[in-house]
Design a protein around this ligand. Structure first.
Ligand SMILES: *Cc1c(COP(=O)(O)O)cnc(C)c1O
Length: 224
């Protein structure tokens, strides 16, 4: 059996049933993805729209493609026909563009709102105030071709497990509070069920903190 298949089977055996595995295949050749596909994997995560689109064209059509990277508005159109879930949505403007392109393709596109939980300058995402403003805005309520499935976050890149745990727990508490705030509108948030947090180095901790979706790359496909 190939190493990729072995890694995948091993990781899957440790995941609780309610946790979805996104196999992060960025920078890896299609031949590697095919091995994961043959081992039963159907959800792949990429962080560049062009690379994801090229792989989508070459791979079997029952794959769900997740965009996990930062998204530029002017490139949404390239993935709008096929993308299954966009993890990194962090502005109303981007959400409006996704809605527009979804409409053009006569579909609804599922999104996660990316929260800024790390103590690093370089990470994208909303803070709680911005999340509130977005979800209570009139403009947000007008977007009929997107669905918010939940939140996504990335912890600080550190060895300090307590720090990471603090950040994941924070994201979980924001997630839990989503359903309690009046004004968000039950309609707009009726599909909220997903917390995307946890990567190769911290996914076990993320699951302990309430993650329902882990994004694992190097532990499956090897280093990049
Ligand atoms: C690359 C990437 C991952 C996967 O990272 P690994 O450490 O290889 O598991 C997860 N999430 C995002 C947003 C990424 O860019």
């Amino acid at each position: 059996m190939s190493a990729i298949k072995q890694n995948l089977i091993q990781i899957k055996s440790t995941l609780p049933e309610n946790v979805t595995l996104v196999a992060v295949s960025k920078t890896k050749p299609v031949s590697d993805l095919i091995q994961a596909y043959e081992a039963g994997q159907r959800i792949f995560g990429e962080n560049k729209i062009q690379e994801m689109t090229e792989k989508w064209e070459q791979m079997p059509k029952d794959i769900q493609w997740h965009m996990i990277g930062h998204v530029q508005s002017n490139k949404v159109k390239f993935m709008a026909p096929f993308v299954s879930l966009i993890h990194g949505v962090d502005s109303l403007k981007l959400l409006q563009e996704i809605n527009k392109q979804a409409l053009k393709n006569n579909r609804t596109i599922d999104c996660l709102l990316q929260m800024y939980i790390a103590e690093e300058e370089s990470k994208f995402g909303l803070d709680e105030k911005e999340l509130n403003e977005l979800l209570t805005s009139v403009e947000f309520k007008e977007l009929k071709n997107i669905r918010i499935l939940g939140l996504m976050g990335m912890a600080t890149f550190t060895e300090d497990q307590n720090q990471i745990k603090k950040e994941f727990t924070h994201l979980k508490s924001i997630f839990d509070s989503l359903k309690n705030i009046d004004g968000y509108g039950k309609d707009a948030l009726q599909f909220v069920s997903t917390i995307s947090m946890g990567m190769s180095g911290d996914y076990q901790l993320a699951i302990e903190c309430g993650s329902t979706m882990v994004r694992i790359g190097s532990s499956i496909f090897g280093g990049r």
